[in-house]
Design a protein around this ligand. Structure first.
Ligand code: TMP
Length: 206
């Protein structure tokens, strides 16, 4: 299984992906690795720092840097793990690029989508969207970090746009997406709702 977790900053992906990894490993009897983008490959930290904390770059430059990061991540981590029969849970993937890089001033979604498609990265079996109100997510981001990255620093206006894009993307790929409505739910409730939806998918794909 190759599962991706998507959502705006502060949506709770990391907490849930850790719990999901444990559950998936027990459920499938296969080792499960957790990884992330940008930077989830050996030596990927410096590219992550450059993209997230360096000076503001042009939207096309930024898009190509995220894709370069993904190319290396796919080649060195994702594909080798899938080929060994491991499950892979990846925090952020193609749809982060589509949602965030289409939200700038310079690129339209159709153009971004074409460029992503041309990379031919492997398709996840299931994509999970942690759908949360941008206000709640941003208050979490503010309380956990005094040193926000470039995207977090743009705050609510960016997160509102990205959140709307994510909903459109998930609507457009209903057969791939599990959308978890997180507002008002505890961490345990979010997890339970994710597992209930995922069990249905795994059962169907067996
Ligand atoms: P995170 O690792 O804390 O989720 O932060 C990564 C940031 O990078 C987040 O603000 C979203 C952004 N991002 C993009 O804009 N495009 C991408 O393709 C990816 C992978 C991340």
């Amino acid at each position: 299984m190759f599962i991706t977790m998507e959502g705006i900053d502060g949506c709770g992906k990391s907490t849930q992906s850790a719990r999901l990894a444990e559950w998936l490993e027990a459920e499938t009897g296969r080792k499960t690795i957790r990884t992330y983008e940008p930077g989830g490959w050996p030596e990927g930290d410096s590219l992550r720092e450059f993209i997230l904390r360096g000076k503001k770059l042009g939207d096309m430059t930024e898009l190509l840097l995220f894709l370069a990061d993904r190319a290396e991540h796919v080649k060195r981590v994702i594909l080798p793990s899938l080929r060994q029969g491991l499950n892979v849970i990846c925090e952020r993937y193609n749809d982060s690029t589509l949602a965030y890089q289409s939200s700038g001033q310079e690129l339209n979604p159709a153009h971004v989508r074409r460029i992503i498609r041309s990379c031919n990265f492997p398709e996840p079996n299931v994509k999970i969207l942690m759908d949360i109100s941008p206000e709640i997510a941003m208050s979490r981001v503010k309380s956990r970090s005094s040193n926000p990255d470039k995207f977090e620093a743009e705050g609510l206006p960016l997160m509102r746009t990205v959140s709307s894009f994510y909903r459109l993307i998930a609507e457009d790929q209903k057969e791939k997406y599990i959308v978890i409505k997180c507002d008002g739910l505890s961490e345990d409730e979010v997890f339970a709702s994710m597992i209930a939806a995922l069990e249905g998918r795994l059962w169907r794909s067996r």
